[in-house]
Design a protein around this ligand. Structure first.
Ligand code: ATP
Ligand code: MG
Ligand code: MG
Length: 353
């Protein structure tokens, strides 16, 4: 096939479209917002809602294979498309990852440990769950949370109110996770092709600020045992999902050497942006290779590096960043630098190997 359909037109769609172009593919994006980051790069845009039946039919007609850049693509839409045009990663991966309860269940069933968790449908459930977790936990909406939105932390302090906490997330179906006392957070970017071959990038160590990823550092300062556990978990998950494409998986590392999975995203991942600066084949090219049926590429790292997200008015630092040597800058073409908005990222090469 020679045209790749991409659902979603944000920065991840933009970078996928760039990688596709480099491999000689055309791209069509489906995105309701006309002036989206991917529009500047894709060959064609269908400006319509993600579940618009006519738009989906047109996307299927124009595309040889369809992928997506965010996990909230309507599952029905992905399944309908998949009847006529292959959709990768498989819609099942969307379905599982869209709901934190189905996600945790799936991970646990695949033999991947997570924080303990309880379903919360109402205030009573939350009170009972907090009691079971000694007052400590993070309440999260089951669906649509990102960048730490839709979360309330209970630290076990006196006076914390289940009623107010549940109201604060909008009294919607949610999950209480045990509060993990982690020493660091790491992530794995892994790829699987249709034949079942798996390639994994080196593990990144991630720091979040205000719930948003701030930096990813490679190599992560973790033992080879922890790195091995993370890679094993990714293998298990990719196989269990019969996955095709790139997937990002987040973990907590505990002081006692335990590794707990936090969540996964069935797509390229912010903590994998460093691969464009420090690997021969970036996560974006890897994803395009996997969904287009090309052989997977080399995931070896040729440099140590630190990726920093440029969020909101961080872009004011650009003149200085552009003057640095060894800084690989990537901007998303967004005009309006609102607070908390991801405007671009810079990967600083810290050591050539
Ligand atoms: P993303 O933008 O990565 O999709 P998200 O909104 O889905 O974020 P999570 O990744 O679940 O949110 O949580 C955001 C951050 O909050 C985590 O990276 C971690 O720092 C902290 N956190 C989440 N869950 C827990 C937990 N159970 N215990 C301790 N800290 C947690
Ligand atoms: Mg998430
Ligand atoms: Mg996360």
């Amino acid at each position: 096939g020679s045209t790749i359909g991409i659902i979603g037109g944000g920065q991840l769609g933009r970078m996928l479209a760039m990688a596709a172009a480099r491999l000689g593919y055309r791209t069509v994006i489906l995105e309701p917002q006309a002036d989206c980051p991917a529009a500047q790069v894709a060959n064609e845009q269908i400006v319509a809602a993600y579940d618009d039946p006519d738009a989906l039919e047109r996307l299927a007609e124009l595309s040889d294979v369809i992928t997506y850049e965010f996990e909230n693509v309507p599952v029905d839409a992905a399944e309908t498309l998949n009847e006529t045009t292959p959709v990768f990663p498989p819609p099942e991966a969307l379905k599982v990852s869209q709901d934190r309860v189905t996600e945790k269940r799936f991970l646990n069933k695949a033999g991947i440990p997570t924080a303990q968790w309880r379903i919360v449908e109402n205030e009573g459930d939350l009170e009972a769950a907090l009691l079971a977790f000694e007052g400590k936990g993070i309440l999260k909406t089951r669906r649509f949370g990102y960048d730490g939105k839709g979360q309330v932390k209970f630290s076990g302090a006196k006076g914390e109110d289940a009623k107010a906490g549940f109201a604060a997330i909008g009294s919607v179906p949610s999950i209480l996770e045990g509060l993990v006392d982690f020493t660091r957070e790491i992530s794995v970017i892994a790829a699987r092709d249709a034949a079942g071959n798996i390639r994994i990038y080196d593990i990144a160590e991630n720091v979040h600020r205000d719930g948003i990823l701030a930096t990813s550092t490679v190599p992560a300062s973790v033992s080879s045992t922890i790195a091995g556990l993370a890679a094993d978990s990714a293998h298990k998950l990719l196989a269990a999902l019969n996955y095709v494409g790139v997937l990002g998986m987040e973990f907590f590392v505990l002081a006692n050497g335990t590794l707990l999975a936090n969540e996964f995203a069935p797509r390229v991942h912010n903590s994998g942006h460093w691969t464009e600066a420090a690997c021969a084949v970036s996560q974006f090219e890897q994803h395009i290779r996997a969904v287009a049926g090309l052989p997977l590429g080399d995931t070896r790292r040729h440099s140590d590096c630190v990726m920093e997200n440029l969020i909101g008015d961080d872009v004011a630092k650009l003149p200085a960043i552009l003057a640095e040597s060894g800084a690989v800058v990537h901007l998303y073409g967004k005009a309006d630098a609102r607070p908390g908005r991801k405007m671009g990222h810079v990967t600083r090469i810290t050591k050539r190997l």
